[in-house]
Design a protein around this ligand. Structure first.
Ligand code: ATP
Length: 676
């Protein structure tokens, strides 16, 4: 039963609900009329609006259509920020946010300098016309605008100038000329200099001629008598597009290194110095292609992809987009997001990026993409090819001390409202904090610990009504943060038989690992455990074979293997390991086991070993030396061929360590095995 008569119901519908939808449509129409859109988008909007006008506003399709049109209207098709390419300003901003990272900062400045030069380069214009007056007028006009202008009297002359040496950004040409007409010229120019944009200006403007010219490669077609304003507008539009493409061309920067070393935050500083909006998109765990490219509108709950959504949020079409952790992108039955990224990062293709929801191309060529990764070896080859990798490495103790005092403490003091109390932390206390409360390549954990101290101080200020805080020294660190969290593993243990301190490199930076070997009664088996990869297994086999064939010289019973099994274990069994750089350490651990001589725990080792006992160089030397320092090692044995890598390192990395270079396994033995 209804409480309304039929007439009343109709009144209710047309008076209340219906008008809401039609008002919605009217509002949309007003917005469409007032929004500047690219031609292809305007067409899409018009057809969608026509469709909306025909369907019932109460069906779901109507609101889906409205949402779609609203997205098209709200995207920043033409809105962009102007780049600030002042290098001094960029340098100051980076220095004020980050200590050190000199190589990284220099590389970023070089990148910005190249962009700045491209931006300020004068554009080159070639004017081709057989009428002297027209030629001279255009020459004068465009020279006055600051461009470099050349003239040619006909097609042959123009072609000769292009072929001889000159690159032109734009050619403005007449159609009818003697010797070579405009259409033939366009055809020849598109082959000789494909980057030159051609504007045809003619008194014989017919549709057929225009189609012909465009087909041959002209970008614009204007009829004579040409209006100078219109020509100027066209030339500027063409030049602006070219500049944008030139500036965005070149490899995409990829900051690679251990966590907490400042990759994301320096990317933010780059955006700030350029005056661009900054967007961070986390790629970690991304498995579905649609998260980047969007879902087709036919799906229920379809949405645009992350890139288009973030650009809408930014409100400009040239933000700085940081693709964070691209090495963590996954791949499964929902597609391969890495291959979509290839399209996004390729300046040849991203000028017309197609988001499946959007259905019309969006120009991403103005976007400054910066990627970050912990381990670039995980990236697919074609993607890595598009990137210019800038390495970030672990911080030394000295660097961490400066970062903590000058950057992290002031930030945490401000964040916790301690500005007036101005708390002080002594150098020794900072050192204790770094060595005993963190064990990391970057400074993220250190930031957290300093934050904890500041919060506790804030509580003291309130509870005790203290205005001046006493300086925090080593002993107050323990009372504020509790007992130490980390031990220096190498320094704190005993020398043991068969246990070697080996240096490893992981995506978290350098680290140490104690390789263990045991012998038991058995039947000549080599047992290898610890989730080892094929290369690591082969390294162990190689080391054992070398020792068996040189047992006598090494002071080992030549029959040691006859009734024995040997077990080599690399701890943290749940973490898979591979690579050849533990070969030398495995060799030493076996020799220690078979001679019964313990290995000095504070001496660490890295190096690949050949079957004949020679030592080959390995990577990640800086990271490994810093890890040796962090764990309390005093001496490091490394391949002689890594001498050059070490020479390029600063004193704060090498100064506190005794470094021994070896060419063979035999050279390494006296430095690692303790006297019996
Ligand atoms: N050289 C430095 N000077 C001053 N502060 C630094 C420096 N390096 C890192 N930091 C600070 O350390 C914190 C962590 O840095 P950030 O998030 O940029 O690291 P990340 O390398 O991007 O880490 P992840 O790989 O985990 O994303 C930030 O607060 C940053 O300001």
């Amino acid at each position: 039963m209804s409480f309304f008569s039929k007439k009343e119901t109709e009144t209710k519908l047309s008076g209340a609900e219906r008008p809401v939808s039609s008002r919605q449509l009217d509002d949309l129409k007003t917005r469409v009329a007032n929004t500047d859109l690219p031609l292809s988008v305007a067409r899409q909007v018009t057809s969608e609006m026509e469709h909306l006008g025909k369907i019932d506003p109460f069906v779901a399709e109507f609101s889906i259509g409205v949402t779609y049109v609203e997205l098209l209207l709200s995207l920043p098709w033409f809105k962009e920020t102007k780049d600030d390419l002042d290098l001094n300003r960029a340098e100051t901003i980076m220095a004020s946010h980050h200590y050190g990272l000199d190589a990284v900062k220099t590389r970023i400045l070089e990148y910005l300098a190249a962009k700045s030069l491209k931006n300020h380069q004068k554009s080159r214009i070639l004017i081709v016309d057989d009428e002297e007056v027209a030629r001279n007028n255009l020459h004068l006009y465009f020279t006055g605008m600051g461009h470099t202008v050349r003239v040619a009297v006909n097609g042959v002359d123009a072609l000769q100038q292009v072929e001889e040496n000159d690159h032109f950004d734009v050619m403005i040409t007449d159609l009818k000329m003697d010797k070579m007409d405009g259409l033939t010229l366009i055809d020849r120019i598109s082959k000789a200099s494909p980057e030159t944009s051609v504007i045809m200006v003619t008194g014989y403007a017919t549709v057929a001629n225009a189609v012909d010219a465009m087909r041959k490669g002209a970008t614009h077609y204007l009829s004579k008598p040409v209006q100078l304003d219109k020509l100027k507008e066209t030339v500027e539009e063409v030049l602006q597009k070219q500049k944008k493409l030139q500036i965005s061309q070149g490899p995409v920067l990829c900051f690679a290194g251990p966590p907490g070393t400042g990759k994301t935050s320096i990317g933010q500083a780059v955006a700030t110095s350029l005056g661009r909006k900054f967007i961070r998109i986390s790629m970690g765990g991304l498995r579905d292609e649609a998260e980047i490219r969007g879902h087709r509108r036919t799906y229920v709950g379809a949405m645009p992809g992350r890139i288009i959504s973030e650009i809408k949020r930014a409100g400009v079409n040239n933000p700085c987009i940081m693709l964070d952790e691209i090495d963590k992108i996954g791949q499964d039955f929902r597609g391969d997001p890495a291959s979509v990224l290839l399209e996004v990062l390729d300046p040849e293709q991203n000028g017309s990026f197609s988001d499946q929801y959007l259905d019309v191309p969006f120009d991403l060529s103005g976007v400054l993409f910066i990627a970050t990764a912990n381990d670039i070896s995980k990236l697919p080859g074609p993607l890595l090819d598009r990137l210019e990798v800038i390495d970030f490495s672990s911080y030394s103790l000295e660097e961490k001390l400066v970062i903590a005092r000058k950057y992290l403490l002031p930030k945490q003091v401000a964040a916790n409202g301690l500005g007036e109390s101005n708390p002080q932390i002594s150098d020794k206390a900072f050192e204790k904090l770094i060595i005993e409360y963190t064990q990391e390549s970057g400074v993220r954990g250190l930031t957290r610990e300093i934050g904890t101290i500041c919060r506790k101080l804030a509580l003291q200020v309130i509870q005790k009504n203290a205005t001046v805080l006493p300086e925090i020294d080593e002993s107050s660190i323990t009372s504020l943060l509790g007992p130490r969290k980390y031990r220096q593993e190498a320094a704190d243990g005993e020398d043991r038989v068969g246990v070697v301190t080996s240096l490893v490199w992981t995506r978290f930076g350098g680290g140490i690992m104690f390789i263990e070997a045991l012998r038991m009664q058995g039947n000549t088996n080599l047992i290898l455990t610890g989730s080892l990869g094929e290369v690591l297994r082969e390294s162990a086999q190689t080391a054992l074979s070398y020792i068996r064939s040189n047992a006598k010289q090494l002071g080992i019973d030549p029959d040691f293997y006859e009734h024995s099994d040997i077990h080599v274990h690399l701890p943290a069994g749940a973490v898979s390991k591979d690579g050849p750089s533990a070969g030398l350490a495995i060799g030493i651990s076996l020799i220690s086991l078979l001679t019964g001589r313990p290995v000095c725990r504070t001496v660490s080792i890295t190096g690949e070993m050949t079957l004949t006992g020679y030592v080959l160089p390995v990577g990640g030397i800086r990271e490994k030396l810093l890890a040796a320092l962090r764990s309390g090692c005093t001496k490091v044995v490394l391949p002689a061929e890594n001498r050059e890598d070490v020479a390029s390192l600063s004193d704060d990395v090498t100064g506190h360590l005794e470094l021994v270079y070896v060419e063979t396994l035999d050279d390494a033995i006296p430095h690692l095995l303790c006297a019996q």
